[in-house]
Design a protein around this ligand. Structure first.
Ligand code: DX5
Ligand code: ZN
Length: 221
């Protein structure tokens, strides 16, 4: 699969979201970080903003829910038209039921793992998900340094998915940049979130293309 790049709007100017979206026409997905001051020590945006974004762009939304009780709140993001909805394994009470609910509502279902959460206990659940998000920082803030400690887990996730012949996308999020994306692609990631690297660049759209090319080269070697 061609590497997919998802610029994170967390690093965009929240007062000018539509203008910021217009700066990244090459994005495969727009990554939308929903934080609730409970699951993570930060507060961002929620359903009304996601509904407005769905209406404002044709680029599909990749909603990353860093919230408590996703069993209760996640389905509305799928119903609002998000193309992909990812919730955290650490927060969900019934992840399989929630994945099915999201898919039934027409979204792709994603499962996110914090840096300290092992992948093995979730291996049997892969079949019910379209994407596994391996966090490469502790969730909550943009601009943090990439945690190389997570790479072995990413490799193991890739091995599990390949051994079982599963078509599950492997996404990395946190500290992904032109210097770290190669290691991620080499370890088996195929979907890449980048916030500060994209919106901090002079030309965000050119950075997306550069990230995509670098990842494609790394995964083909
Ligand atoms: C962090 C968020 C990320 C964040 C990444 O908890 O989930 O999506 O925006 O930002 P960068 O790419 O700057 O690390
Ligand atoms: Zn995110």
């Amino acid at each position: 699969m061609t590497p997919q790049i998802c610029p994170s709007l967390l690093s965009a100017d929240f007062a000018r979201l539509a203008d910021e979206v217009a700066r990244v026409p090459s994005a495969d997905w727009l990554h939308v970080d929903v934080m609730d001051y409970h699951f993570v020590p930060n507060l961002t945006l929620g359903l009304p903003v996601v509904e407005s974004l769905v209406a404002a762009t044709d680029i599909p939304l990749d909603c990353h829910l860093m919230i408590d009780d996703p069993d209760r709140w996640a389905p509305s993001y799928a119903e609002a038209g998000a193309g992909s909805v990812t919730f955290h394994a650490e927060a969900a009470k019934a992840p399989l039921r929630l994945a099915r609910t999201l898919r039934d509502a027409g979204a792709r279902a994603g499962l996110a793992l914090n840096p300290g959460t092992s992948v093995e206990p979730y291996a049997d659940l892969f079949i019910d998900f379209d994407m596994l998000l391996i966090m490469t920082v502790e969730p909550g803030f943009g601009g943090q340094p990439f945690l190389t400690e997570v790479l072995p887990k990413l490799r193991r996730a890739r091995e599990i998915a390949d051994a079982r012949g599963l078509d599950i996308w492997l996404q990395v999020d946190g500290g992904v940049s032109a210097t770290t994306i190669e290691q991620c692609a080499d370890a088996g990631a195929d979907v890449f979130v980048a916030g500060s690297a994209v919106f901090g660049a002079e030309d965000p759209d050119r950075m997306i293309q550069r990230l995509r090319t670098t990842a494609a080269q790394a995964s083909s070697t």
